[in-house]
Design a protein around this ligand. Structure first.
Ligand code: ZN
Length: 65
């Protein structure tokens, strides 16, 4: 992902985790990008299928959909 795309993506989620709502400022770092529908489950590698989320939520969710 290009830097400007990444920034636009973060803005779309208001710099917060799409699942639990924790802010980048609270975590002290950028969050991760999760595939809402995992690629292994046929999820598209498209921005529409991405959710900005924190490490905790990303790990918790894993491949579960
Ligand atoms: Zn979270």
């Amino acid at each position: 992902m290009r830097q400007d795309q990444r920034i636009a993506f973060r803005k779309r989620f208001a710099f917060r985790c799409g699942y639990c709502g924790v802010r980048e400022r609270d975590v002290g770092a950028e969050l991760t990008i999760d595939h809402f529908q995992p690629g292994s489950k046929g999820g598209a590698h498209e921005p529409e299928n991405w959710v900005y989320c924190c490490h905790a939520c990303n790990e918790f969710k894993g491949d579960y959909w």
